[in-house]
Every structure is written in structure tokens, then in C-alpha cells.
Design a protein around this ligand. Structure first.
Ligand code: 5GP
Ligand code: ZN
Length: 131
């Protein structure tokens, strides 16, 4: 795990940020949060309205609106988000039993906050329904 947010140099080393975005405000420290993980590219928090015993969000520091906006050059960032999710699943004690990573995309995909995030859900038997 990385040092506390306040010791990091933000936002000048992290690319674009959207002023009205709640997740950008959490990334920059403007809105306090229970930062579970933080590096230059990726951070993770607990979902404010958990839908499972374990419900974390893994996000890029950079404001990328949705998974539909990801380009080839961002492949390493997406892999990093997935590996952070896997590491947090292990840390939360749900890796062996299993968990779900979910990405909602835009309005009909159920995306409420337009800053890319992976939901990490687990700690119970999840429904097989996806739609
Ligand atoms: P989406 O529907 O966009 O895929 O998921 C957005 C998620 O962000 C929801 O599960 C919602 O509960 C969570 N969320 C919205 N605002 C906040 C916030 O201010 N803090 C945290 N930790 N989670 C939030
Ligand atoms: Zn944002």
C-alpha cells in the first residue's frame, strides 16, 4: 500500500481531472474517503451503498468517463485496475470463494457515476442474474 493521500502530489502528476466529478474529488482528497489502495494510476474505496458484504470500487485516478472511452494505450491501466481488484479480493478474504468484477457502461448499462470504475462484489453467493 502507498503513503497517505496528503503526501502525494495531486493532481499535477495524474492527467486530467473533472471538476464536478465526485470520484475525481475523492481521488484528489477534496472529499475524504476510506482510501483502501492508492498509487499514481489507480485507487480503491468502499462503495457508499454496498450491495454485498464486500463491495469495493477500483478506479483510475485520471477521469475516464466510461469503459467505452478506453483506448489501446490505456491497456496497462486497465490491467493494473484488474490486478488491484484481485489483490483487494485476497486482502478482503474473498479470493478463494470467488467474487464478481463488474463494469457498468453509460445510461442503459446502469452507470450512475461517469468516472470509470470496477465494482468488486463478494462475501456471499451472488445472483446469477446480470441483466
Ligand atoms: P455505477 O452505478 O456508476 O456503476 O456505480 C456507482 C457506484 O458508486 C454506486 O454503487 C454508488 O453506491 C457509489 N457511489 C456513489 N457516490 C459515492 C461516493 O460519494 N462515495 C462512494 N464511496 N461511493 C459512491
Ligand atoms: Zn472523475
Amino acid at each position: 500500500m502507498r503513503p497517505h493521500l496528503a503526501t502525494l502530489n495531486l493532481p499535477k502528476d495524474v492527467g486530467e481531472m473533472s471538476e464536478e466529478c465526485i470520484f475525481c474529488k475523492i481521488a484528489s482528497g477534496e472529499v475524504p474517503s476510506d482510501m483502501l489502495y492508492r498509487d499514481k494510476q489507480v485507487f480503491a474505496i468502499r462503495d457508499i451503498r454496498p450491495q454485498a458484504p464486500k463491495h469495493l470500487l477500483i478506479l483510475p485516478v485520471e477521469h475516464i468517463p466510461s469503459i467505452a472511452d478506453v483506448t489501446h494505450s490505456q491497456a496497462p491501466l486497465i490491467v493494473r485496475m484488474i490486478t488491484v481488484a484481485n489483490e483487494l479480493a485476497a486482502k478482503e478474504g474473498i479470493a478463494e470463494r470467488g467474487y464478481r468484477l463488474a463494469i457498468n457502461c453509460r445510461r442503459e448499462g446502469g452507470q450512475a457515476v461517469p468516472h470509470l470504475h470496477i465494482h468488486l462484489l463478494g462475501g456471499k453467493q451472488l445472483s446469477g442474474r446480470l441483466g
